[in-house]
Design a binder for this molecule. Structure first.
Ligand SMILES: [Zn+2]
Ligand SMILES: [Zn+2]
Length: 382
């Protein structure tokens, strides 16, 4: 029989007999801060005060126990006031101490008040997969086979973790409650039962194929049809091809995210393609017909008109990318880059000079009109 004299719980917490739940919680918080053993190492006095305060709080924070205590005093709660304390109140301790000492969710109690949901069917997680295709494949559409590592519902046990015919037993560690007392110093705090993971039930011999987890690692092979016209960021959804569900839950979905590789010739802009085409200064002057690659394969002829200027564009209708929904094709826009020869033999130089003299008048006229415009502009400003 314990001989320790027991002080009045209200006196311990320093609250009146009519204090409400909030006042009691605040008082306990203050006492916990002051007397917690972590802050008062090797101080039996502080430890005793902390123990007292925790005991008082365990009783006064529980309306039924408090009512009994008010009527019958310490007799009503016996020598072990923590016994049978509602887990919700244990969570209060965890919350208070977690707040005070930064335990955070050390006890794994927050958001887990209902342990029953853990034994229900659980849908599998969604998975994401990135599929890289070339611009040509994006233009034509392509069929690809992908290998997706994923966890699938164990076929032997159907995702229950239990071999067929065997019945889960009440967890011997927590007695089916899904929670056990966790001792920190002398204080007991509720914790999810590590044996049954909060489910309250265990299987003596779990499914041998999945080790009781209900899921097995597999590599799935899937055929993916990438539609013509896809662009970066297009997501293809494969219903039910994600991770397997548990205990009869549906599998998740697989999202295949398309990434289109950059092309070394074409640049995509919406459904149009742009191509830079180098031509010689003579081709630009005289005009010509050249061949350019087509995104659909093969080549297309492009007529370059005489007198083309650097940066001129030639639009070829319907040679761009198909639109994902309509299939309507954009255009190919050819940007002319005029290349000037940077080295001439003496003979070439003589010929070019001769040509320049021959077309000099026209050349001068253009220059003349340019200077004319420049003069006018400066004159207006001055
Ligand atoms: Zn299994
Ligand atoms: Zn258990």
């Amino acid at each position: 029989m314990a001989t320790r004299t027991r002080r009045d719980y209200y006196e311990i917490l320093g609250v009146s007999r009519t204090a409400n739940a909030e006042e009691i919680k605040r008082a306990y918080r203050q006492a916990a801060v002051r007397f917690h053993p972590d802050r008062n190492p090797d101080d039996p006095e502080a430890e005793e005060r902390f123990k007292e305060a925790s005991e008082a709080y365990a009783v006064l924070s529980d309306p039924e126990k408090r009512a009994a205590y008010d009527r019958f005093g310490h007799q009503a709660v016996g020598d072990h006031p923590f016994q049978g304390v509602d887990p919700a109140n244990f969570m209060d301790f965890a919350d208070i101490l977690g707040d005070l000492f930064g335990f955070g969710d050390l006890f794994g109690t927050r958001g887990r008040r209902s342990t029953r949901s853990r034994s229900r069917a659980q849908r599998g997680r969604d998975l994401a997969y990135t599929l890289t295709v070339t611009l040509e494949e994006a233009a034509s559409g392509v069929e690809r086979t992908i290998r997706v590592p994923r966890r699938e519902t164990c076929a032997s046990c159907g995702g229950t973790g239990v071999p067929p015919g065997s019945v889960p037993e009440v967890c011997p560690v927590c007695g089916g409650r899904g929670q056990v007392g966790y001792r920190r110093g002398f204080l007991t705090i509720a914790q999810t039962c590590p044996q049954c993971n909060g489910q309250g039930r265990v299987v003596r011999t779990p499914c041998s194929d999945c080790g009781g987890r209900g899921l097995v690692e597999r590599e799935a092979t899937l055929k993916v049809t990438v539609p013509a016209g896809v662009d970066n960021g297009v997501r293809l959804r494969f219903s039910g091809e994600g991770e397997g569900g548990l205990r009869g839950g549906r599998p998740g979905d697989l999202y295949v995210q398309v990434a289109v590789e950059d092309h070394d010739l074409f640049e995509r802009e919406g459904n149009d393609l742009h191509l830079e085409l180098p031509i010689s200064v003579f081709q630009a002057m005289l005009g010509t017909t050249v061949r350019v690659p087509s995104i659909g394969g093969g080549q297309r002829e492009v007529r370059i008109p005489a007198g083309s200027q650097p940066g001129d564009t030639i639009r070829i209708r319907g040679e761009g990318m198909p639109e994902l929904k309509s299939g309507h094709r954009g255009d190919l826009v050819v940007h002319l880059r005029v290349v000037v020869p940077d080295r001439l033999t003496p003979e070439q130089r003589r010929l070019v000079e001769e040509t320049a003299r021959a077309i000099g008048e026209h050349h001068e006229r253009q220059r003349g009109s340019f200077f004319e415009r420049l003069r006018r502009r400066l004159g207006n400003e001055g």
